[in-house]
Write a protein that binds this ligand. Structure first.
Ligand SMILES: Cc1cc2nc3c(=O)[nH]c(=O)nc-3n(C[C@H](O)[C@H](O)[C@H](O)COP(=O)(O)OP(=O)(O)OC[C@H]3O[C@@H](n4cnc5c(N)ncnc54)[C@H](O)[C@@H]3O)c2cc1C
Length: 402
C-alpha cells in the first residue's frame, strides 16, 4: 500500500496494539496513537488486571507469534468452570471441547508487553504516545484531522477508534451509544489460597451480584486465585472500604457456596481495584472513513470474561476484510467498512444479550423464582449437547476468521 494512505489507530490498549500489528502484517502502514509501553511485571505476585483469554483469541495471538512471548509460567489453563446458584450446579469442562482448556488466564500487562515486543520489529508501524485531543472531519470529507495533546496535527484517511469506553473517536463520529448501567462495580483482587485450584474457575450468584474466582498459575510454589466480584453499588462501596484481610474473609464466607471450601483460608496479595459495570453498544461500528473496535464499540458485563476477546475478534475481522479488498480499492471504502460492521454485529449482540440476561436473572431485582432458576441450571447441566454448544460459543471459535 502506498504510504500516502494514512491509517491511524487512536488508542493503544491491547486491542489498539493488536490491531496495529495485524494490519502491519497484512501490508498496511499504520500510526498507533496513545500507545505507551506496558509496565514491567511484578516478580513476586500478579499485576492487577487478569483476563480469561478464549480459544479463538489464543489461537489468533499464537498465529501472530505474540502468545509465545507471554511468560508461559504466568498463564493458567482453565480446565473447568463450576457455576453454582440456588442449590444447583452447572459444570463446563474440557470434555465439552476438543481443546486442552476452556480458556487461559493471563495478565493484561504481560499480553501488552508481548505485543510491544512484536511491534518493535514492525517497520510499518509508527508508535506515537500522544493522546488525541480533538478530531474533526476534513471539509472535503477526504479524511480526518487529529490534533494531539502536544499540539501536532495528523491526517487520517481511515481512522480506527480503539480508545476505550469514553472513545473520543466515537463521540466525534456522531454514532450513538446505547448504555445500560448495571449499578454494580467489578471488584478485582488476588489471593493466595491454601490448596490447589486444579485449574477450576468457580462462579456463584450471590447478594444480587456475581462472584467468581479465576485460577492463576502458581508463582514461587504458591497457589493463587483472582477474584472478580460484580457487586451491587452499595455492597461494592462497603467491600472496597475494607482492609485486604477483611475482604479476604468476606470472600472466604462464600467459598462453600462456590463449592471451593478447600481453597480457604485466603491471603490477600494486595489491594482491590474496581470498575463500574455498564453495557454499552454503539449503534453502528462503522462511519465515514472510520471504524470502532474493542470497548470503543461495545462493553459487556464481565461475568463471562469476554470483553477483550470480543475486541480481539473485531481486529481479526477488520484485518481480514481489509486484506480481502479488491485491487485499487481504498481501505477506507465505505463498502469495506460496512462489511466489517455487518460481520461483527451478530457475535456482539448475542454476547451482550446473554450476559445481560444472566446479570438480570441473578441480579437483586430478578422476578424469576430461585427454584425455576435452579431448574434451568440443572437442565443445562444434564444436556451435554447444550453445554457443548455454550462452550463452543464462549470459545469464540465459530467466529474465528481463517
Ligand atoms: C472487572 C472486569 C473484568 C474483565 N475480565 C475480562 C476477561 O476475563 N476477559 C475478557 O476478554 N475481557 C474482560 N474484561 C473486559 C476488558 O477489560 C475490556 O474489554 C478490554 O480492556 C478493552 O480493551 P480496549 O483496548 O478496547 O480498551 P482499553 O483497555 O480501555 O484501552 C483504550 C486505550 O485507548 C487510550 N485512549 C483513550 N483515549 C485516547 C485518546 N483520546 N487518544 C489516544 N489514546 C486514547 C487509553 O489510554 C487506552 O490505552 C473485563 C472487564 C472488567 C471491568
Amino acid at each position: 500500500m502506498s504510504s500516502s494512505f494514512h491509517l491511524l489507530i487512536c488508542g493503544g490498549g491491547i486491542v489498539g496494539k493488536a490491531c496495529a500489528l495485524a494490519l502491519a502484517r497484512s501490508g498496511l502502514d499504520v500510526t498507533l496513537l496513545g500507545a505507551c509501553p506496558a509496565p514491567s511485571l511484578p516478580a513476586q505476585d500478579y499485576a492487577q488486571r487478569i483476563y480469561a483469554i478464549n480459544a479463538a483469541s489464543r489461537q489468533w495471538l499464537d498465529a501472530l507469534r505474540v502468545w509465545p512471548q507471554v511468560p508461559q509460567d504466568r498463564i493458567e489453563p482453565i480446565r473447568a468452570m463450576h457455576i453454582r446458584a440456588d442449590g444447583a450446579q452447572l459444570v463446563f469442562d474440557t470434555r465439552d471441547t476438543q481443546g486442552e482448556a476452556l480458556a487461559w488466564t493471563a495478565e493484561s500487562d504481560a499480553i501488552e508487553a508481548a505485543l510491544d515486543l512484536a511491534l518493535r520489529f514492525e517497520r510499518q508501524v509508527v508508535i506515537d504516545p500522544a493522546q488525541a485531543s480533538q478530531i474533526s472531519r476534513l471539509p472535503d470529507a477526504s479524511g480526518w484531522q487529529v490534533k494531539t495533546r502536544d499540539d501536532r496535527t495528523l491526517h487520517a484517511d481511515l481512522l480506527i477508534g480503539a480508545d476505550g469506553e469514553h472513545s473520543l473517536v466515537r463521540r466525534v463520529s456522531g454514532i450513538a451509544m446505547d448504555t445500560h448501567d448495571y449499578m454494580q462495580r467489578g471488584i478485582v483482587a488476588h489471593f493466595h489460597c491454601a490448596a490447589p485450584h486444579e485449574g477450576i474457575a468457580f462462579q456463584t450468584f450471590a447478594d444480587g451480584g456475581v462472584l467468581a474466582l479465576l485460577p492463576l498459575a502458581s508463582l514461587h510454589g504458591r497457589h493463587q486465585v483472582s477474584l472478580v466480584w460484580s457487586a451491587p453499588e452499595a455492597l461494592a462501596i462497603e467491600l472496597l472500604a475494607l482492609p485486604p484481610e477483611a475482604l479476604a474473609q468476606r470472600v472466604e464466607a462464600h467459598l462453600p457456596a462456590l463449592g471451593a471450601r478447600h481453597l480457604g483460608p485466603l491471603r490477600p496479595t494486595g489491594a482491590a481495584a474496581a470498575w463500574r459495570l455498564q453495557r454499552q453498544l454503539a449503534r453502528r461500528t462503522a462511519g465515514e472513513g472510520l471504524v470502532l473496535i474493542g470497548d470503543a464499540a461495545h462493553r459487556v458485563h464481565p461475568l463471562a470474561g469476554q470483553g477483550l476477546n470480543l475486541g480481539l475478534q473485531d481486529v481479526q475481522v477488520l484485518a481480514h476484510v481489509l486484506q480481502q479488498r479488491a485491487a485499487g480499492q481504498a481501505p477506507a471504502d465505505a463498502r469495506l467498512l460496512r462489511r466489517y460492521a455487518r460481520a461483527r454485529a451478530e457475535q456482539v449482540l448475542a454476547l451482550a444479550a446473554t450476559t445481560d440476561a444472566l446479570a438480570r436473572l441473578y441480579g437483586g431485582h430478578s422476578r424469576v423464582p430461585a427454584p425455576l432458576r435452579a431448574l434451568g441450571l440443572h437442565a443445562t447441566n444434564a444436556l451435554p449437547p447444550v453445554r457443548q454448544l455454550l462452550t463452543r460459543y464462549a470459545s469464540g471459535l465459530p467466529y474465528l476468521v481463517s
